[in-house]
Design a protein around this ligand. Structure first.
Ligand code: ADP
Ligand code: MG
Ligand code: MG
Length: 927
């Protein structure tokens, strides 16, 4: 279905092909390089870099890359290739033949190739690769003769048949049989049967004869199931494989993955055709994957796994338990297996050396694939490695210390989402210490997770929709599971290692994950799992500690991540760089303290009315209601006087926590009717206290109803119709401040007037503030209170008259929630209904209430800054809407010249990072 829309979008004339469609690499040279990812895909660009860069020139088997544009062309032209492609491919194939001394399709000395996908961004396991292309009944005897290793040749052949049938003959043809009826699964089962028949455990124990027999049976099966012959011609195989890789770009899994990761459909994949090297030639051969540093902890330790006598994806697929490359890479399952360092010390040394050179060259942690053919090491892939948030922060700090990267680079190395992981909940160690793990696996994703067991990806999605928290428990995951993995709190698999699909994906998302917990036995049919003697049903609670790999029964208590030295060090780095201030939106002393701990430099929004919500709000709320339904000034002043001590106390406590830092206190804002009680007994109590009849009270309450409260009698408008309300609030602020000053505490209150649209409004309020200030100074005897008065900018008209407002105001603060509401004309309370569809249908790129709409609302902001500062150069300008913690919005605010952003306490570190990154980006642009 998706393919169709894709086809339509890229109509023929859209695809303009460059002249050169194929790029060569090998023999110490390469036509491409690392910077050409858009053209060559990540894999192709890095193969070129490793093969051809003078600092590297690593042992990369020669090959060539067909550029991504050809994929786009292919889909736009009814799955046809550009006419000149064939010739270019052949020309490059000849170059490979020259370098290797082998010939593609030659019966005596045949060249075999792999055909590998590779998009701009890595899409783990989403697309296809086919190995051993070129093995036919014509080339097999020659290769046996040449290698004197029939077992190897038949092993390579049966692998080719399996991959080719699956990828080219089935998936690329759009055939999607039920889960375990795919051709690959069917052939896998035949392999299993053969092993059983022979009484052996591993595929490596099968003989040449076994494998030959199996290959013949495979071909029969393919004919029977797919109704087609497995091609016995090397060129047919090659072009079939190339086409299948392009086709895999629009495979179901790849499309789903792109949706989640936000990868555009029109990027396309490149195809890499590369000389095969063989890790399956015996016990002096192997294949493996490694990270130049530990991707789970960030430690500067080489970390990897390998399998002897194996090919390609055996390691990732987890068909055997992989060996560790060194002691540092050992885990529960592999601790007794020999390491590469022990088995092939020379090769290990070379690999270590390559690790060092690669890190120095790329100045980052890399994820590498290697193969050893009869004791000779080859590099098959490298890319900047995925890592979780903890590891990202640690590596950034370490690499800075090692002088591998600069301060600025260190700051750019951690994404806001990764930093977010460090702020995420973990298991409460105290509670955890009282529990015994029921199973252990590998720690593959950070933090802790509590949820109910589900056994399929579909259930994970369904249950989550119902509001349940779930842990997805699987034998192992595959790319079809990703939506379910995304929906789950955490992922637990019974099989697989640190490089398994589940581990790779979870690490990329920063999701709690444990893999290879082999004690977990899954009974999908009866929706149960068994761990040891215990049985758990679907829906039972379990807890994961993704940092330790421990699984617990029931719900273990969770803790917020809180203070962490690494986080502090990293934020300090960001603070040294950033120019934009970061404050917090906080209404309580607790929130304020938390934000301060995270580095907030003040409060950008303290909403006075918060005291009328939640805990301990009963009494002040009652007084407020009295005030609201008052009819006369006398009644109102009386109620306000009763309210006063609550308000003063509340303000005082927060000012105290924030001592030495500015606190912006917004005068009361929300629509009044929100506070009118609805229940009869509450109304009666209120009537009694006011000494009026129930009917009278009802009358008054009714008169407060507005048909458009968001644009009604609120904010500064209240302060103008009832100046005594402003007066009481301001008095509370000044008296609280004065009392603290007397206690020797430095306070910097900033009074903020909301919902302003006309300069006359603030000109009306200002004299009241001045008068009350004088009165408080006189009454308390303090010399002075360092205060400011500013206005919220949340109505488009206010933006346009910013110059006039700046004449009297010390600061502006953008209330981007309301500014977005009124700028778009979207009611915040009602927009949910259509906004979702607006985003799905791509009318809007994102929810403007979450990330500033830079083109429209952003323009209001720019105009305001310009007009305001033209009148008053030192005008302080900030933002206090929800968007203040959104990284893209933070960057926008930095560029717009704001002084600070303000966001909820837990977003403070994110905003600090985003502000530092905005500064680095600005500087590098100027260069
Ligand atoms: P993916 O993008 O899914 O990792 P790859 O293209 O890297 O797919 O290939 C899958 C596996 O096949 C990897 O383990 C890789 O090392 C191996 N492989 C690919 N090309 C060759 C080759 N020319 N010789 C030997 N092994 C290869
Ligand atoms: Mg790979
Ligand atoms: Mg507002």
């Amino acid at each position: 279905m998706k393919t169709e829309t894709n086809n339509k979008k890229t109509s023929k004339k859209d695809v303009k092909l460059p002249k050169k469609l194929v790029y060569f690499f090998g023999g110490g040279k390469a036509e491409g390089n690392e910077s050409m990812k858009n053209l060559l895909g990540g894999k192709g660009a890095n193969l070129a870099e490793m093969a051809g860069h003078p600092d590297l020139r690593l042992p990369v088997p020669p090959g060539f890359t067909i550029i991504t544009d050809v994929c786009t062309y292919y889909w736009a032209n009814n799955r046809k290739y550009p006419p000149q492609l064939k010739e270019e491919v052949e020309k490059n194939l000849r170059r490979v033949e020259q370098l290797t001394g082998k010939k593609f399709g030659d019966p005596k000395n045949p060249l075999l190739v792999s055909v590998r996908s590779g998009a701009r961004k890595s899409m783990p396991g989403m697309m296809e690769t086919i190995l051993n292309v070129g093995l036919t009944t014509k080339t097999i005897p020659g290769l046996i003769e040449l290698t004197k290793n029939p077992r190897f040749v038949w092993d390579a052949y049966r692998r080719l048949i399996m991959m080719y049938a699956d990828v080219v003959m089935e998936k690329a043809e759009g055939i999607e049989p039920e889960d375990d009826m795919g051709i690959r699964k069917q052939l896998d089962r035949m392999l299993e049967e053969k092993k059983k028949e022979k009484g052996v455990e591993n595929d490596t124990d099968l003989t040449a004869e076994d494998l030959q027999e199996l290959s013949e049976k495979f071909k029969e099966k393919i004919k029977q199931v797919l109704g087609k012959e497995f091609p016995d011609d090397h060129n047919k195989q090659l072009w079939g494989a190339i086409g299948a890789v392009f086709a895999s770009w629009n495979g179901k899994r790849a499309v789903a993955y792109r949706r989640i990761e936000g990868i555009p459909d029109d990027w396309g994949t490149a195809v890499n055709v590369q000389t095969m090297v063989f890790g399956n030639m015996g016990n002096d051969s192997a294949t493996g994957v490694a990270f130049t540093r530990n991707p789970a902890t960030g430690e500067n330790k080489f970390y990897g796994e390998f399998l002897l006598n194996a090919q390609g994806e055996d390691v990732v697929a987890g068909i055997r338990t992989p060996n560790p490359i060194n002691d540092e890479s050992k885990n529960e399952h592999s601790k007794n297996l020999p390491t590469l360092k022990e088995l092939m010390p020379d090769v290990y040394k070379q690999l270590e050396d390559i690790r060092r050179r690669l890190e120095k060259h790329y100045r980052d942690m890399l994820d590498i694939e290697f193969t050893i053919e009869k004791g000779k090491l080859y590099m098959l892939q490298c890319r900047v490695g995925k890592r979780n948030g903890f590891a990202a922060v640690r590596m950034a700090l370490d690499m800075l210390k090692e002088k591998l990267i600069t301060k600025e680079e260190a700051v750019m190395r951690v994404s806001p989402a990764q930093l977010d992981e460090l702020l995420h909940p973990i298991l409460d160690p105290k509670d955890e210490a009282t529990k015994k793990p029921i199973a252990k696996g590998l720690p593959a994703g950070p933090g802790g997770a509590v949820g109910r067991i589900v056994l399929t990806a579909n259930d994970a999605v369904e249950w989550t929709k119902r509001g349940e928290k779930v842990i997805l428990v699987r034998e192992e995951t595959n790319p079809e599971d990703i939506e379910g993995m995304r929906a789950s709190e955490g992922i637990l698999t019974a099989r697989g290692g640190m490089t398994s699909h589940a581990a790779l994906v979870a690490r990329g998302w920063g999701k709690c994950c444990i893999v290879g917990a082999s004690a977990v036995l899954i009974d999908l049919k009866n929706k149960k799992i068994k761990i040891g003697e215990k049985e758990f049903k679907e829906g039972d609670w379990i807890t994961l500690n993704g940092a330790k790999g421990n699984v617990y029964e029931g719900q273990v208590k969770m803790l917020s991540a809180g203070e962490n030295q690494m986080l502090k060090d990293f934020l300090k780095l960001c603070n040294d760089i950033r120019k934009l201030g970061v404050r917090t939106n906080a209404d309580t002393p607790e929130d304020s303290a938390k934000a301060r701990e995270f580095g907030a430099e003040g409060i950008g929004l303290f909403r006075i009315e918060h005291m009328f919500y939640g805990k301990n709000s009963e009494e002040p709320l009652f007084k407020l209601r009295k005030m609201i339904v008052s009819k006369t000034k006398e009644e109102r002043v009386k109620a306000l006087n009763e309210l006063f001590p609550y308000m003063k106390n509340d303000i005082k406590e927060t000012l105290k926590v924030m001592k030495g830092l500015p606190v912006t206190i917004r005068l009361i804002d929300p629509p009044l009717h929100e506070f009118v009680p609805h229940s009869e007994d509450k109304l009666k109590a209120l009537a009694k206290d006011l000494g009026i009849s129930f009917e009278e009270l009802n009358e008054r309450a009714k008169s407060l109803m507005e048909s458009n409260p968001m644009m009604g009698h609120r904010g500064v408008r209240l302060g103008i119709t009832y100046p005594e309300i402003t007066e009481m609030q301001v008095r509370a602020i000044f008296e609280a401040s004065a009392e603290l000053i007397k206690e020797g505490i430095k306070v910097y209150p900033e009074i903020m007037i909301p919902v302003v649209s006309h300069e006359k409004e603030v000109e009306f309020v200002l004299p009241i503030i001045k008068r009350v200030y004088d009165e408080v100074i006189k009454k308390t005897g303090v010399k002075k209170i360092d205060y400011k008065v500013g206005t919220m900018i949340e109505i488009p008209r206010a933006c346009l008259i910013a110059g006039k407002l700046a004449q009297t105001m010390d600061f502006f603060s953008f209330g981007t929630n309301d500014l977005t509401q009124m700028g778009f004309g979207y009611s915040r309370d009602d927009a949910g209904v259509f906004l979702k569809e607006y985003i799905e249908k791509k009318i809007l790129p994102a929810d403007p209430f979450q990330t500033i709409d830079q083109e429209g609302i952003g323009e209001f902001i720019k105009i305001t800054v310009e007009r305001g500062r033209a009148v008053r150069k030192d005008l302080k300008i900030g933002i206090c809407g929800e968007q203040g913690g959104d990284p893209a919005s933070v960057e926008f605010c930095h560029n717009a010249g704001l002084n600070y952003v303000s966001c909820s306490p837990f977003r403070v570190p994110i905003a600090i990072l985003a502000a530092a990154q905005a500064q680095v980006k600005e500087k590098s642009k100027k260069k």
